[in-house]
Write a protein that binds this ligand. Sequence first.
Ligand SMILES: Nc1nc2c(c(=O)[nH]1)N(C=O)[C@@H](CNc1ccc(C(=O)N[C@@H](CCC(=O)O)C(=O)O)cc1)CN2
Ligand SMILES: Nc1nc2c(ncn2[C@@H]2O[C@H](COP(=O)(O)OP(=O)(O)OP(=O)(O)O)[C@@H](O)[C@H]2O)c(=O)[nH]1
Ligand SMILES: [Mg+2]
Length: 453
Amino acid sequence: MTHPAPSAGPHGTGPRRTGLADTIAAVATAPGHAGVGIVRVSGPDALRIADEVFGGRRRPSRTPGGRFLFGPLRAEDGELLDEGLCLVFRAPHSYTGEDVAEFQTHGSPAVLGQVLGRILALGARTARPGEFTLRAYLGGRLDLAQAEAVLGLVNAGTETARRQSALGLSGALGERVAGIAAGLTRTLAAIQALLDYPEEGVPDEDRAAPLAEAERDLRGLLGTARAGQVSTRGARLALVGRPNAGKSSLLNALLGYERSIVTPIPGTTRDYLEAGVELAGVPVTLVDTAGLRETDDVVEAAGVRQAAHLAAHADLVLVLEDGSAPREALPAELPEEGRVIRVQTKADLPPRWTDPAALRVSAVTGAGLPELREAIGQALLGDAARGEAWLTTERQADAARRALAHVGAAQTLPDDLAGFEIEEALHALAELTGQDVQEGVVDAVFRNFCVGK
Ligand SMILES: Nc1nc2c(c(=O)[nH]1)N(C=O)[C@@H](CNc1ccc(C(=O)N[C@@H](CCC(=O)O)C(=O)O)cc1)CN2
Ligand SMILES: Nc1nc2c(ncn2[C@@H]2O[C@H](COP(=O)(O)OP(=O)(O)OP(=O)(O)O)[C@@H](O)[C@H]2O)c(=O)[nH]1
Ligand SMILES: [Mg+2]
């Protein structure tokens, strides 16, 4: 285990300055007004501090874990701040694994600010982003993939993102990884057992077969990485084509409202324009671009260059061609095949060309739109099955890729070197779940959290 010690806060105490000895506090609910708001306190002083803030008959420090108390919350001079609930959790039975007190108050910034201020004056310090979840991780209550899933649940903008994050929190990804690691560990043991007898050689069923299986499983897991990332961070989808191809019309049709200006005049869209929409459970940013053509107009030429750039950096590109006009070559290079969906527009008009590789769509009648949405979903999510756990962050995908590379190398090497590669693959898998992480990786994960989580 090489957990980096979290940097100690300003009030860091304790012999090892691990930062875990101090008591942290933060507002856990979103800024702004709401029916109820929550302030959370975690650490060894949480219940002592709660005794001072909570003015009810029963003292939180004398209350068993898993109970809540109702009563007044008071300022230092005894003034009533609010009436609220105090929830008592006792180590290790809390989210962080430490003693935790939670105050559920009326949800205004004024009330929450006073309650938090009192708690800080009583000796707690402000929690850093993600620090409650960091403590749950350092206490062994969550692995790193589960902590990332907590972040995913907080940020979930679509049902797909929520479902994948909930699966991750349940530990399903960790189990999938543990299954692969178990096979590799058995293979490593088989190799090591025979290292002293090199003339024997490890039989195929103990080496070649399990390594091939690990490779297949890792490839399957990596096949979910694009879906996992796209469904959590979203995807950019650029619409490109010649002027008048119907890009702005199709963007409006996919959005369901008139976002982009449409006219019969070629060259209507000059600057690019973005709009968000959910497609196939993925938060998609649609990007309308200027029609691609050679032009002497300085402004339009800048728009054309920009369109090429936007296409190059999009996750997916819809290449639109007017189906009601003779086909003309596009005056620009297209992204590679896997990132392109070809669309023949204006399907309500008589076609002037046919191409089985292009989807026929009409922005006017809506014909072909369901098939286009389906194709977009397939291109973004691939064959990643809904019910299985996906890799949802680039960090996870990177670790899985390294594990796969080491398993690949192990298959071609003599036993002693193969054993080394399998150990490296196991290290990469342990990084994925956070059992064995490099300095800085944990910090990078928790940097993305908000305060109070
Ligand atoms: N009010 C509130 N709601 C919340 C949280 C919270 O901290 N407070 N959560 C977090 O941010 C999430 C829930 N996660 C939690 C996970 C474990 C425990 C906990 O106390 N576990 C103990 C006791 C379990 C039991 O009583 O059965 C344990 O596992 O030992 C609490 C919340 C979402 N909702
Ligand atoms: N019949 C028919 N006309 C369409 C369809 N889509 C677009 N048009 C017409 O084609 C013309 C150009 O449409 P736009 O959506 O502005 O085309 P664009 O590709 O954005 O053009 P630029 O912005 O100039 O590059 C307009 O007159 C639209 O009404 C369609 O599906 N069917
Ligand atoms: Mg346009």
